[in-house]
Ligand binder design. Structure first.
Ligand code: SF4
Length: 208
Protein backbone atom coordinates (compact mmCIF):
# COMPACT_ATOMS: atom_id res chain seq x y z
CA UNK A 1 0.00 0.00 0.00
CA UNK A 2 1.46 3.36 -1.03
CA UNK A 3 -0.36 6.25 0.63
CA UNK A 4 1.55 8.87 -1.36
CA UNK A 5 0.59 7.26 -4.66
CA UNK A 6 -3.03 7.08 -3.54
CA UNK A 7 -3.01 10.77 -2.61
CA UNK A 8 -1.49 11.60 -5.99
CA UNK A 9 -4.22 9.63 -7.76
CA UNK A 10 -6.91 11.48 -5.81
CA UNK A 11 -5.26 14.83 -6.60
CA UNK A 12 -5.25 14.02 -10.33
CA UNK A 13 -8.87 12.90 -10.20
CA UNK A 14 -9.79 16.06 -8.29
CA UNK A 15 -8.33 18.12 -11.15
CA UNK A 16 -10.19 15.99 -13.69
CA UNK A 17 -13.54 16.05 -11.87
CA UNK A 18 -13.73 19.27 -9.85
CA UNK A 19 -17.52 19.03 -9.72
CA UNK A 20 -17.62 15.45 -8.42
CA UNK A 21 -20.39 15.02 -5.89
CA UNK A 22 -23.71 13.34 -5.36
CA UNK A 23 -26.29 13.60 -8.12
CA UNK A 24 -29.14 12.70 -5.82
CA UNK A 25 -31.52 15.54 -4.98
CA UNK A 26 -32.43 15.92 -1.29
CA UNK A 27 -33.09 18.58 1.32
CA UNK A 28 -32.58 16.73 4.59
CA UNK A 29 -30.65 13.72 5.91
CA UNK A 30 -33.93 11.78 5.90
CA UNK A 31 -34.57 12.57 2.25
CA UNK A 32 -31.02 11.51 1.42
CA UNK A 33 -31.50 8.26 3.32
CA UNK A 34 -34.67 7.50 1.36
CA UNK A 35 -32.98 8.44 -1.94
CA UNK A 36 -30.03 6.16 -1.17
CA UNK A 37 -32.36 3.26 -0.33
CA UNK A 38 -34.17 3.86 -3.62
CA UNK A 39 -30.92 3.98 -5.59
CA UNK A 40 -30.03 0.27 -5.35
CA UNK A 41 -30.00 -1.10 -8.91
CA UNK A 42 -31.46 2.17 -10.22
CA UNK A 43 -29.90 5.24 -11.79
CA UNK A 44 -29.68 8.56 -9.96
CA UNK A 45 -31.89 10.04 -12.69
CA UNK A 46 -34.63 7.49 -12.01
CA UNK A 47 -34.35 8.13 -8.28
CA UNK A 48 -34.56 11.90 -8.73
CA UNK A 49 -37.68 11.54 -10.86
CA UNK A 50 -39.33 9.43 -8.19
CA UNK A 51 -38.25 11.55 -5.22
CA UNK A 52 -39.38 14.77 -6.89
CA UNK A 53 -42.94 13.50 -6.75
CA UNK A 54 -42.57 11.60 -3.46
CA UNK A 55 -40.93 14.39 -1.44
CA UNK A 56 -43.40 16.99 -2.69
CA UNK A 57 -46.08 15.03 -0.79
CA UNK A 58 -44.20 13.15 1.93
CA UNK A 59 -40.78 14.19 3.14
CA UNK A 60 -40.59 13.12 6.79
CA UNK A 61 -40.44 9.80 8.65
CA UNK A 62 -43.92 10.54 10.02
CA UNK A 63 -45.31 11.02 6.51
CA UNK A 64 -43.77 7.80 5.19
CA UNK A 65 -44.52 5.65 8.25
CA UNK A 66 -48.26 6.32 8.09
CA UNK A 67 -48.54 6.22 4.32
CA UNK A 68 -50.49 3.16 3.09
CA UNK A 69 -48.10 0.64 1.52
CA UNK A 70 -50.00 0.61 -1.79
CA UNK A 71 -49.74 4.37 -2.11
CA UNK A 72 -46.02 4.36 -1.33
CA UNK A 73 -45.44 1.59 -3.89
CA UNK A 74 -47.37 3.57 -6.49
CA UNK A 75 -45.25 6.67 -5.80
CA UNK A 76 -41.90 4.89 -6.16
CA UNK A 77 -42.62 2.33 -8.85
CA UNK A 78 -40.33 4.19 -11.27
CA UNK A 79 -37.34 2.44 -9.64
CA UNK A 80 -36.47 -1.25 -9.63
CA UNK A 81 -37.38 -3.50 -6.69
CA UNK A 82 -39.93 -0.92 -5.62
CA UNK A 83 -42.01 -3.28 -3.49
CA UNK A 84 -39.02 -4.22 -1.32
CA UNK A 85 -37.89 -0.63 -1.16
CA UNK A 86 -41.34 0.54 -0.05
CA UNK A 87 -41.25 -2.01 2.77
CA UNK A 88 -37.81 -0.83 3.83
CA UNK A 89 -38.75 2.85 3.73
CA UNK A 90 -41.84 2.31 5.87
CA UNK A 91 -39.97 0.12 8.35
CA UNK A 92 -37.00 2.45 8.71
CA UNK A 93 -39.33 5.43 9.11
CA UNK A 94 -41.07 3.66 11.98
CA UNK A 95 -37.70 2.91 13.62
CA UNK A 96 -36.57 6.52 13.26
CA UNK A 97 -39.75 7.68 15.00
CA UNK A 98 -39.67 5.08 17.78
CA UNK A 99 -35.94 5.01 18.47
CA UNK A 100 -34.44 8.28 17.27
CA UNK A 101 -37.16 10.89 17.78
CA UNK A 102 -37.75 11.13 14.04
CA UNK A 103 -34.10 11.97 13.29
CA UNK A 104 -31.57 10.05 11.20
CA UNK A 105 -28.82 8.65 13.46
CA UNK A 106 -25.28 9.89 12.93
CA UNK A 107 -23.25 6.73 13.46
CA UNK A 108 -22.36 4.03 10.98
CA UNK A 109 -23.35 1.30 13.44
CA UNK A 110 -26.84 2.75 13.89
CA UNK A 111 -27.37 3.48 10.21
CA UNK A 112 -26.42 0.00 9.06
CA UNK A 113 -29.03 -1.50 11.39
CA UNK A 114 -31.84 0.24 9.49
CA UNK A 115 -33.85 -1.84 6.96
CA UNK A 116 -32.53 -1.58 3.41
CA UNK A 117 -29.33 0.22 4.49
CA UNK A 118 -26.10 -1.61 3.66
CA UNK A 119 -22.49 -0.54 4.13
CA UNK A 120 -22.44 1.60 0.99
CA UNK A 121 -25.64 3.44 1.91
CA UNK A 122 -24.54 4.02 5.51
CA UNK A 123 -21.23 5.44 4.31
CA UNK A 124 -22.95 7.75 1.83
CA UNK A 125 -25.35 9.09 4.46
CA UNK A 126 -22.43 9.68 6.82
CA UNK A 127 -20.38 11.55 4.24
CA UNK A 128 -23.00 13.35 2.15
CA UNK A 129 -25.72 13.81 4.75
CA UNK A 130 -23.62 14.73 7.75
CA UNK A 131 -20.17 15.63 6.42
CA UNK A 132 -18.67 12.84 8.55
CA UNK A 133 -16.05 10.33 7.41
CA UNK A 134 -17.65 7.76 5.12
CA UNK A 135 -16.40 5.94 2.02
CA UNK A 136 -19.14 4.05 0.22
CA UNK A 137 -18.02 1.38 -2.23
CA UNK A 138 -20.32 0.84 -5.18
CA UNK A 139 -19.54 -1.05 -8.38
CA UNK A 140 -17.52 1.87 -9.82
CA UNK A 141 -15.41 2.43 -6.71
CA UNK A 142 -14.73 -1.31 -6.45
CA UNK A 143 -13.77 -1.73 -10.11
CA UNK A 144 -11.62 1.39 -10.47
CA UNK A 145 -9.79 0.82 -7.17
CA UNK A 146 -8.84 -2.69 -8.21
CA UNK A 147 -7.77 -1.69 -11.72
CA UNK A 148 -5.57 1.05 -10.30
CA UNK A 149 -4.01 -1.37 -7.82
CA UNK A 150 -5.22 0.66 -4.85
CA UNK A 151 -6.60 -2.61 -3.53
CA UNK A 152 -6.59 -6.24 -4.52
CA UNK A 153 -10.02 -7.18 -3.30
CA UNK A 154 -12.74 -9.56 -4.37
CA UNK A 155 -15.55 -8.09 -2.29
CA UNK A 156 -16.68 -4.46 -1.89
CA UNK A 157 -16.29 -4.56 1.90
CA UNK A 158 -12.62 -5.55 1.39
CA UNK A 159 -12.18 -2.64 -1.01
CA UNK A 160 -13.76 -0.33 1.57
CA UNK A 161 -11.37 -1.50 4.29
CA UNK A 162 -8.36 -1.24 1.96
CA UNK A 163 -9.21 2.29 0.84
CA UNK A 164 -10.00 3.49 4.34
CA UNK A 165 -6.63 2.21 5.53
CA UNK A 166 -4.70 4.34 3.03
CA UNK A 167 -6.83 7.48 2.61
CA UNK A 168 -7.07 10.14 5.34
CA UNK A 169 -10.53 10.22 6.88
CA UNK A 170 -11.18 13.76 5.70
CA UNK A 171 -10.83 12.58 2.08
CA UNK A 172 -13.05 9.50 2.31
CA UNK A 173 -16.18 11.19 0.97
CA UNK A 174 -14.24 12.94 -1.77
CA UNK A 175 -12.53 9.67 -2.80
CA UNK A 176 -15.95 8.01 -3.14
CA UNK A 177 -17.21 10.70 -5.52
CA UNK A 178 -13.98 10.93 -7.53
CA UNK A 179 -13.71 7.17 -8.12
CA UNK A 180 -17.37 7.04 -9.18
CA UNK A 181 -16.90 9.96 -11.58
CA UNK A 182 -13.86 8.28 -13.10
CA UNK A 183 -15.66 4.96 -13.40
CA UNK A 184 -18.60 6.56 -15.17
CA UNK A 185 -16.61 8.79 -17.51
CA UNK A 186 -13.39 6.93 -18.39
CA UNK A 187 -12.67 3.71 -16.51
CA UNK A 188 -15.92 2.14 -17.71
CA UNK A 189 -16.82 -1.44 -16.90
CA UNK A 190 -16.76 -2.86 -20.43
CA UNK A 191 -14.49 -0.47 -22.28
CA UNK A 192 -12.03 1.52 -20.18
CA UNK A 193 -10.72 4.48 -22.15
CA UNK A 194 -7.11 4.07 -21.04
CA UNK A 195 -5.65 6.22 -23.82
CA UNK A 196 -7.71 9.18 -22.56
CA UNK A 197 -7.06 8.52 -18.89
CA UNK A 198 -5.03 11.01 -16.83
CA UNK A 199 -3.86 8.09 -14.68
CA UNK A 200 -2.58 5.89 -17.49
CA UNK A 201 1.13 6.32 -16.76
CA UNK A 202 0.70 5.17 -13.17
CA UNK A 203 -1.95 2.49 -13.67
CA UNK A 204 -1.15 -1.25 -13.73
CA UNK A 205 -4.46 -1.75 -15.58
CA UNK A 206 -5.61 -4.73 -13.60
CA UNK A 207 -8.41 -5.39 -16.06
CA UNK A 208 -10.07 -8.82 -16.12
S1 SF4 B 1 -5.55 3.59 -17.22
FE1 SF4 B 1 -7.35 2.42 -17.87
S2 SF4 B 1 -7.67 0.89 -16.25
FE2 SF4 B 1 -6.32 2.48 -15.42
S3 SF4 B 1 -7.71 3.91 -14.37
FE3 SF4 B 1 -7.35 4.69 -16.45
S4 SF4 B 1 -9.08 3.84 -17.65
FE4 SF4 B 1 -8.95 2.67 -15.74
Amino acid sequence: MNRKRTQKILDILQDAYPQAGTRLNFQSPFQLLVAVVLSAQSTDEQVNQVTKRLFSQYSTPQGMAYLPMEELQELIKGVGLFRNKARHIKALSEILIEKYGGEVPHTFEELIELPGVGRKSANVVMAVGFGLPGLGVDTHVHRVSNRLGLVDAKQPHQTEAGLKAQIPRQRWGQAHHLLISHGRAVCKARSPQCSFCPLESMCPKNID
